[in-house]
Design a protein around this ligand. Structure first.
Ligand code: ATP
Ligand code: MG
Length: 319
């Protein structure tokens, strides 16, 4: 199966990114043909602050978290510019209404993030990312499902006109993960400033975790765990008996949310230990990261070129 995922270099990666998409991709590498890219053009839609630094950082983080350039095709979006040409071509197969209904755009504008054309047409570029590489499966968080559906709609319209050229992608959402809550209980998002970073300093991590919004319950009282933001983050790092033990602590009472927060910080620190070590290596060897990205772009272009050639031909752009 051909699996593709992208991530925006729009800030420090957070645990929602990890469980919603990166981990699924790392796991998929064993048995699939995997494509992973840093979506730097996409990051421009929300300001593109410190873009070049964040691009290298995202690449470093991806490698540390287990993207294996031997197994995956791993590149930076802007290094394979064919995607921009496809984006334009697909724009003519994208009804305005399809984009006007996009939740992600509506959510961002509702939060006061100024709307520009790129934020609005983002799903078309995302469709180009997916369709250029003939992706069959796209692992995403719940927030991105609609964008995959938009990509399918666009591909269907294109294929109706020109024949079976584009592969219709399917989304894959990890049921247990879906949407990781942020410290305010809303969807954890880089652009909402409510994240718990994967690679923060230990003290800062704890400080952030201490800010997680919880319900006010007296120390001795039992506490709800299903609806608790701290529990819903902690459960991502726990399995089996450890998870049940945490549930018991909630049910029993006698401990406050402060205790659960300290526990969350500990399990999280342990979980990412090995990744932190790997990250340090890549941080000290940024030239190696650049070489990996360059080789990855060449690999990605080898797939993109025949596809865009075929599309140029059928659409008559080639003359
Ligand atoms: P931004 O605020 O800039 O949109 P983001 O934090 O939403 O950033 P993206 O780069 O848009 O991150 O998303 C990368 C991947 O991470 C996508 O597959 C997305 O579905 C997933 N993802 C993002 N946030 C969460 C979350 N809170 N829970 C689960 N998955 C998530
Ligand atoms: Mg997002």
């Amino acid at each position: 199966m051909r699996v593709l995922t992208g991530i925006q270099p729009s800030g420090d990666l957070h645990i929602g990114n990890y469980f919603g998409s990166i981990k699924q991709m790392v796991d998929a590498q064993a048995e699939n043909e995997t494509f992973a890219f840093i979506a730097n053009y996409h990051a421009q839609t929300s300001g593109g602050k410190d873009l070049s630094r964040f691009t290298m950082q995202a690449a470093t983080d991806f490698l540390a978290l287990g993207i294996d350039p031997e197994k995956s095709t791993f590149w930076v979006q802007s290094d394979v510019k064919e995607v921009l040409e496809l984006y334009w071509i697909l724009s003519s197969f994208t009804p305005m209404g399809l984009l006007e209904r996009a939740h992600s755009y509506k959510d961002k504008t509702a939060k006061g993030i100024a709307a520009n054309h790129s934020l609005f047409s983002y799903p078309v570029l995302m469709a180009a990312d997916i369709l250029l590489f003939g992706s069959e499966v796209v692992p995403v968080g719940k927030d991105q499902i609609q964008h995959i559906e938009i990509a399918r709609d666009i591909a269907t319209k294109f294929n109706n006109e020109y024949g079976d050229i584009l592969v219709l992608p399917e989304f894959r959402v990890q049921e247990e993960v879906q949407t990781v809550p942020g410290i305010d209980g809303q969807k954890m998002s880089k652009s909402y400033g409510n994240v718990v970073n994967i690679f923060g300093e230990e003290k800062k991590q704890l400080k952030t975790i201490k800010k997680i919004v919880t319900e006010q319950v007296a120390l001795e009282e039992p506490k709800e765990y299903e609806t608790c933001n701290v529990y819903n983050m902690a459960k991502l790092f726990l399995e089996g008996d450890n998870l049940i033990a945490l549930q018991e602590r909630y049910k029993k009472g006698g401990e406050g949310h402060g205790h659960f927060k300290i526990y969350l910080a500990e399990v999280m620190w342990e979980y990412f230990r090995e990744f932190r070590e790997k990250r340090e290596y890549y941080e000290n060897n940024q030239n190696e990261v650049r070489e990996i990205l360059k080789a990855g772009a060449d690999k990605a272009r080898a797939v993109a070129t025949p596809m865009i050639e075929k599309i140029r031909e059928v659409t008559g752009i080639k003359y």
